[in-house]
Design a protein around this ligand. Structure first.
Ligand code: HAM
Length: 421
């Protein structure tokens, strides 16, 4: 065992695993283009205050899950636990509104939360997220949810469900919270520790408690307490989702764990994932930009958890092809062979062929074994005999077939062979 080990809740991503990451990230990037999003990259560290103000003092994230430290000048900094607050900060700070409104932005990258590590829950995890600033039209919410639905379909996943809710404006929610308190008060002594704590700090979270499910079942529904504007927004959202042919389920228990949400809240669940089944979550946040010191700007967005999506792909046995296979392995022998191999590698790479040139001191049979392990499609051999006759040997590693050809023609012939496959 090495002296240095990974920090609990983090992971190294390598080998076969990488193809899942490529598959997911490439699919997302292509789809974001199709939907007209622009990429944004924000720093991994921000001032702590951004998150405590943005996400909410009483949330689990701010209360107990942030990686917060003082820098050398005593300023409190935090590793981002999510992307929305950072993107909203960047939107305000860089006056992105001047590039047109609404702005449609996407991001991908690591987030950090000090949570109890378990299957599907890490301390460093990756999200693919999107945010739309500058429109309160429910078409924006519908388009985002349609994107997520399209994305999971493009990945060839099937066992997922879109659940939507509307949690009203901050004002209408206050009324509902009172009703919830009255409902939960007599049940309180028998509820779990988390529910007892949240009763005073964040009463709506009692609805998505995994332990006290029975109590939540009979709780009054937020949908009966919505203000007129939120109700209309929710009806329109459903109308648009139907027009987009996105199947969904209305679930008044979707409350989300971040405080900035207004009106729309949604989640996507995958049925094969057990406890951590939520693969994507999002919603509307019409007050966040203003709360962070910007002009009043409505917003809506989502984030998808990449690790959970990978787990879902594995559970559903989705075949994921690697895009970075080795087309040609160049093996050589002797000084002249080495020079010819270098020249050939340059020529093949210029033609866009995935080329692995031997860069070790292995003998020829060792190089063949190496090519085999790398799963190379062809091996080009430039040994002493080949040099003396000005030829190369090409071996098809799948069929075992070998051909000898003039050195000048190698790259053309390889391009031809690869095209025929
Ligand atoms: P969130 O629900 O906290 O929302 O996270 C979104 C997704 O990230 C979750 O559904 C889950 O798939 C994944 N995730 C969260 N925590 C972990 C973890 N510890 N380990 C592995 N995966 C995890 C947000 O972060 C909001 N910023 C989403 C949003 C964007 N709302 C509006 N715009």
């Amino acid at each position: 065992m090495s002296t240095y080990t990974r920090i609990k809740g983090t992971k190294d991503i390598f080998g076969e695993e990488v193809k899942y990451w490529e598959y997911i990230e490439n699919t997302a990037k292509k789809l974001f283009k199709i939907y007209g999003y622009k990429e944004i990259r924000t720093p991994l560290i921000e001032k702590t205050e951004l998150f405590s103000r943005g996400i909410g003092q009483e949330t689990d994230i701010v209360q107990k899950e942030m990686y917060t430290f003082d820098d050398k000048k005593g300023r409190s900094l935090t590793l981002r636990p999510e992307g929305t607050a950072s993107v909203a900060r960047a939107y305000i700070e860089n006056s992105l509104i001047t590039f047109g409104s609404p702005q449609k932005l996407f991001y991908m990258g690591p987030m950090f939360r000090y949570e109890k590590p378990q299957a599907g829950r890490y301390r460093e995890f990756y999200q693919i997220g999107a945010e739309i600033f500058g429109t309160d039209h429910p078409l924006a919410d519908a388009e985002l949810i349609t994107f997520v639905y399209d994305f999971f379909n493009k990945l060839k996943l099937s066992n997922f469900k879109v659940k939507i809710n509307n949690i009203g404006t901050f004002e209408s929610r206050e009324k509902y919270k009172e009703v919830l308190k009255t409902y939960y008060q007599p049940l309180l002594p028998n509820l779990c520790e988390d529910c007892q704590r949240r009763f005073n700090t964040n009463i709506m979270r009692l609805l998505d408690c995994k332990i006290d499910v029975e109590a939540a079942k009979n709780a009054p529904s937020i949908l009966d307490y919505l203000d007129e504007e939120s109700r209309e927004h929710f009806e329109n959202l459903q109308k648009y989702l139907k027009a987009y042919n996105v199947p969904f389920q209305v679930d008044p228990k979707i409350v989300r764990g971040l405080d900035y949400y207004t009106k729309t809240a949604f989640e996507v669940e995958h049925s094969d994932l057990g406890e951590q089944a939520v693969v994507a979550g999002g919603g509307r946040y019409d007050d966040l930009v203003e709360q962070l010191g910007g002009p009043k700007t409505p917003g809506v967005g989502f984030a998808i958890g990449i690790e959970r999506v990978i787990e879902a792909l594995k559970k559903e046995n989705v075949e994921v092809e690697s895009e970075s296979e080795i087309d040609v392995y160049i093996a050589f022998q002797g000084e002249k062979g080495e020079m010819a191999a270098v020249t050939l590698s340059k020529e093949l790479r210029k033609k866009g062929i995935n080329t692995f040139l031997n860069i070790s001191k292995r003998n020829l049979s060792g190089q063949f074994k190496h090519a085999n392990r790398l799963n190379a499609k062809y091996v080009v051999v430039i040994g002493e005999e080949e040099i003396s006759r000005d030829i190369v040997t090409i071996k098809n590693m799948k069929s075992g077939e070998q051909t000898q050809i003039e050195r000048n023609w190698v790259s053309e012939i390889i391009v031809e062979k690869l095209r025929e496959e």
